[in-house]
Write a protein that binds this ligand. Structure first.
Ligand code: NAP
Length: 265
């Protein structure tokens, strides 16, 4: 099996990555940074976001496994002291492949169309103040947004930024995207929906910002600034991310442990 390790860069993650290479080498696995079948992320959920963006151009060919150096995460289901067991299972057992939806973000820029995939969410904010943008759903005007920004998340990203905004948690077996507002202005002149909206796989939304606005765009943890975006189309991506599961890791258990803070024995 061809594999690669992406680590967070801190001392513990680097030590664990070195140990993983030792164990994997002794078990007949081959390090292949260009064309891995398995991407092992060591750090936290943020590290898995980095690993995803490093290999998003090979998304149909790779599966991801997450090792957490602290508490268990949403994407990282193995603990630091379980590396031996993980490598043993990787070499002895066929994993269950779990596929989660991604969001496709299509930017219409002065230079042409640019496509990006996100695992958690896409965020748009105004750089110089209030974001003013028209939101269309399925090519019809839905609302004029004024406020701090808009977050369009995937189901697996619904537990991240989206949750802080009061958005719903969506099980990742549902193919959907969720549009959540960041501090919208609502009064007699300006009106937005006020709650988050969930679009199914066959719908799309367009965000058309006022001309010459400087925008801050975030694709998961990757930030950029732009002033030449004409519109942004958000939809459920055709491709999904694959996670290799060697043991159960139920979504609602993760939600309970992360946000309610207790284990059921
Ligand atoms: P960060 O500020 O270092 O970490 C953000 C936190 O979100 C970390 O605790 C991370 O877990 C956690 N996280 C990541 N994906 C998650 C998920 N799907 N469900 C639940 N928690 C998740 O930023 P980063 O590491 O560069 O990660 C970027 C992410 O930060 C963005 O995708 C966005 O979701 C999130 N964010 C949240 C807010 C907010 O809630 N107000 C604001 C901006 C960005 P680990 O510690 O395991 O890495």
């Amino acid at each position: 099996m061809n594999y690669v390790v992406v680590d967070r860069g801190d001392q513990l993650s680097k030590q664990l990555a070195a140990r993983f290479h030792e164990l994997a080498g002794a078990s007949g696995m081959t390090l292949n940074e260009k064309a891995p079948e398995m991407v092992i992320s060591i750090g936290g959920d943020g590290t898995l976001l980095q690993a995803f963006h490093s290999y998003s151009d090979r998304i149909a060919e790779v599966a991801f496994v997450g090792v957490h150096t602290g508490h268990l995460g949403f994407f990282a289901d193995w603990k630091a002291d379980e590396l031996e067991e993980l490598v043993r299972m990787m070499t002895e057992a066929a994993p269950r492949i779990i596929r989660y939806p991604l969001a496709q973000i299509e930017l219409d820029t002065a230079e042409g169309i640019v496509n990006r995939l996100v695992l958690n969410e896409f965020t748009i904010k105004g750089v110089d103040g209030t974001l003013v943008a028209q939101i269309d759903i399925n090519d019809e005007l839905f609302e004029m947004f004024r406020g701090d920004g808009i977050v369009v998340s995937t189901p697996s990203g619904s537990t991240a930024y989206n949750k802080s905004l009061g958005g719903a948690i969506i099980h990742p077996s549902l193919e959907a995207i969720q549009i959540a507002e960041i501090a919208s202005i609502n009064n007699r002149v300006y009106r937005t929906l006020g709650s988050s909206a969930i679009l199914p796989q066959h719908h799309h939304c367009d965000i058309i910002s006022r001309k010459q606005q400087r925008l801050q765009l975030s694709f998961d943890h990757i930030n950029m600034m732009s002033s030449d975006i004409r519109s942004i189309r958000c939809s459920v991506a055709a491709h999904k991310i694959s996670f290799a599961r060697y043991r159960p890791f139920p979504f609602w258990t993760r939600v309970r442990e992360a946000f309610l803070g207790y284990d059921v024995k």
